[in-house]
Design a protein around this ligand. Sequence first.
Ligand code: PLA
Length: 410
Amino acid sequence: MTVSVNVSRFEDVSMAPPDPILGVSEAFRADTNNMKLNLGVGAYRTEELQPYVLNVVKKAENLMLERGENKEYLPIEGLAAFNKVTAELLLGADNPAIHQGRVATVQGLSGTGSLRLAAALIERYFPGSEVLISSPTWGNHKNIFNDSRVPWSEYRYYDPKTVGLDFNGMISDIKEAPEGSFILLHGCAHNPTGIDPTPEQWEKIADVIQEKNHIPFFDVAYQGFASGSLDADASSVRLFVTRGMEVLVAQSYSKNLGLYSERVGAMNVVCSSSDVAARVKSQLKRIARPMYSNPPIHGARIVANVVGDPTLFNEWKEEMELMAGRIKTVRQKLFDSLSSKDTSGKDWSFILKQIGMFSFTGLNRAQSDNMTNKWHVYMTKDGRISLAGLSLAKCEYLADAIIDSYHNVS
Ligand code: PLA
């Protein structure tokens, strides 16, 4: 049989749209204007707007070279030393759940891959159960649950009127969800809004989740980036675990250790007994095996070396405070620039109230398009800008772009 080379068997495959976040970086790379600024993806840059490899990461890599470590396959669940320290970093080394062997931890392909493992677990063992996600949320959450065939719906989170948390809406939507739903929560530094519940609000959220027998499912992608403190940023998760609840937690080291392309993270399931944890872990491994077989070793060894070594661990905390501090400084400078340049009386103080890497500017799609088309400022179309990609030197320029887009484009 002959096959004509002119007729593709893939003719029916349509062109996929660019990714709303990573597609922004592609467009940025194609722009030749020298004022261009990439505030799309949440990736930390130095004041010179260069990527940053943490010193502790370089030190850990040097240690690994000195030891001449091999490249054998890891077990399906990942590097044991990594799994141990990652659960400890999340829950606190003295957490009873760890000592009682109730935490099933497997190394995943960063935050995304870990979320995907949990989604597959939900699809397999909780057929028909819904995952509730915040409105808005990180765009990829929807893709992850869609592709895993897990139904999802949204709970109210952001109130554009107050540019704050719609706490009552959130609580009532969680209350109204069918019993036993999974409630996806951002552990800290909510993406994209930069608005987190207060400690008192977290208690109330835990109350309704407990009342309704829901299962809390945390996405922790920014531990250390909200407050600069690793422990403080894990307090939401620890609160739920302390109450004795079963909790799922996806972790990522992309941002806090700057290991973006190493794809290192973990899925933790805190269970009610060590027996259940052992079974859950065995099923997570069973899900991982046909997906990617076993995870990459390099990033896991870096994490194990940094988190597992008291000296490197302390150095990491200092570097993280520096990164979080630089973002706070540009946040302040952006607010100052907007306040002094904008004579309309608009209140820009919401920028100072938001935390983490991002600012949710309130710019709409047309205004965001103007930011990019006219000002060469690349950002996501929901109005989110990554302050981690901003320098002090560019704050005034950015303020001009925002003021023009806000007042002159409807
Ligand atoms: N969860 C949340 C809430 C995130 O914001 C991100 C990354 C991840 C998980 C996954 O990151 P990882 O797979 O690299 O660990 N969000 C980024 C990048 C920083 C992205 O969209 O992939 C963002 O710009 O929103």
